[in-house]
Design a protein around this ligand. Structure first.
Ligand code: CP
Length: 474
């Protein structure tokens, strides 16, 4: 596959073969750093960091300098015309005329997608709110591969804030597509969001086995195991085991423990802040357990209190190596997207995911995620919220910007008879109608009021609870 001119907005933008190609080039470049000084000579990278960063920003800038290119930067929205109300799209168009490639970090989820849509040059997402951080994922995978040689079949435990941690969200999809098993150990209340789980199962196959809190021993309550994702490539017997056997399986060892800090800047309530006070620290005592004997201790950094400094000299600790490897990985990526380096990809697979039907009605439906770029005042003038219909039982729509999924409450069909308003009816999204209306005719409403303002009347199926096709009442 040709990388030239492409953007990296989510980890889905790269196929497995392309990820391997980035690693091969990173290996090549890290062995001959001084020979890379002409690779990007004459090229300019715009480094736009509208959220704090040490590693990502400085490793991208170091990467571009080591490739012989130049860097222009903006690190605070208050110092740019975004503070005057300029839209992200206008900023992207302008910066795209000054730079050959743009790296952007921004707190709004889906913002990197907008920049990629308007810049006219390759765009790299350096973290968009709690959505994704695909280059962190590349260096995480690169580290696992360097240390363990393979990723397929490994057991990787994710620990901490799995709700708001964007590094975790992109890592989950990457691990799944590379055939790893994932053990979810969230701080209670900070479990992986449903829309991430829904996408994981629908697009990467495999199975999710959940462990009920009541089934956990006292020790597991301290280091909580929430669920395990079993890759379709794994021997299937793990999937067939009852939950207790999953715990036994874990005792056989975890290949990597990926620790994350509480993403306090994204907490929505004061209770969320309280929840983290009880969280156990990953320290020498915890890592004495047999399952962690040979475990790689990983962290995207920065750390706060969740990872003890006493581990820094432990040979299992990988976090500073991860950060250092950000430079060759980003050098490889920049060179490939700029088309100044080429490398053969081991397979020709396409990164394309499932081609879901689009939700087409222009009736003012908004993404319910308040952090989504598509609902911000400065952006609503030009962004038309767009959604994919990713499931019909239950009906789930996914925002194409922030990828949050939601279940609308009511449905209707645009295919109602002109001149016969008695057919202009809305129905519960839990009724069979959600599955019978063709995607091109589907209209959804999040409330009965929304439907009635549009002139729709409730049908017999608007309020009566209906059974799902699996027989469960919802
Ligand atoms: N891992 C990471 O994204 O670090 P920074 O926030 O320092 O860039």
């Amino acid at each position: 596959m040709n990388f030239t001119g492409r953007s990296l907005v989510t980890i889905d933008d790269l196929s497995n073969g392309e990820i391997t190609a980035v690693f091969d080039l990173a290996d090549e470049m890290s062995q001959s750093m001084k020979e890379q000084l002409d690779v990007c000579r004459g090229k300019v990278m715009a480094s736009l960091f509208f959220e704090p960063s040490t590693r990502t920003r400085l490793s991208f800038e170091s990467a571009m300098h080591r490739l012989g290119g130049s860097v222009i930067s903006a690190v605070d929205t208050k110092a740019t015309s975004l503070a005057k109300g300029e839209s992200i799209a206008d900023m992207a168009r302008v910066v795209g005329s000054y730079a050959d490639i743009i790296v952007i970090r921004h707190p709004w989820e889906g913002s990197a997608r907008v920049v990629a849509d308007y810049a006219g040059v390759p765009v790299i997402n350096a973290g968009d709110g709690g959505h994704q951080h695909p280059t962190q994922t590349l260096l995480d995978l690169y580290t696992i591969k360097k240390e363990r040689k393979i990723i397929k079949g490994l057991k990787i435990a994710l620990w901490g804030d799995l709700k708001y941690g964007r590094t975790v969200h992109s890592l989950i999809f990457a691990l799944a597509k590379l055939g790893a098993n994932i053990v979810f150990c969230p701080t209670p209340g900070f479990e992986v969001p449903n829309h991430v789980i829904q996408k994981l199962i629908a697009e990467y196959g495999g199975e999710l086995e959940r462990l009920a809190a009541s089934e956990q021993s006292d020790k597991e309550k301290v280091s909580p195991l929430d669920a395990i994702y079993i890759t379709p490539g794994s021997p299937h017997q793990l999937a067939m085991m009852p939950n207790i056997s999953i715990q036994v399986e874990l005792k056989r060892g975890v290949d990597a423990l990926y620790v994350t800090r509480p993403q306090k800047e994204r907490f929505a309530t004061s209770e969320e802040g309280e929840g983290f006070k009880k969280y156990p620290v990953v320290d020498k005592k915890l890592l004495k357990e047999k399952e962690f004997e040979k475990t790689l201790i990983m962290h995207p950094l920065p750390r706060v209190d969740e990872l003890a400094c006493e581990l820094d000299a432990d040979p299992r600790s990988m976090y500073f190596k991860q950060a250092a490897r950000g430079v060759p990985v980003r050098m490889a990526l920049i060179s490939l997207l700029l088309g100044v380096k080429e490398i053969a990809t081991p397979d020709k697979s396409s990164p394309a995911g499932i081609d879901y039907p689009a939700y087409r009605q222009d009736l003012g439906l908004k993404c319910p995620n308040p952090r989504c770029v598509s609902v911000q005042e400065s952006e609503t003038k030009y962004i038309k919220p767009t959604f994919k219909i990713v499931d019909t039982n239950p009906l789930i729509l996914r925002c194409t910007y922030c990828e949050h999924g939601f279940e609308p409450k009511y449905v209707a069909s645009s295919h109602w008879h002109e001149g016969a308003p008695e057919y202009k009816k809305y129905h519960s999204a839990e009724s069979h109608w959600a599955r019978t209306i063709r995607p091109e005719n589907l209209i959804v409403f999040n409330s009965a009021d929304e439907a009635e303002v549009r002139g729709f009347k409730p049908s017999h199926y608007a309020t009566v609870p209906h059974k799902r096709s699996d027989g469960q009442k919802r």
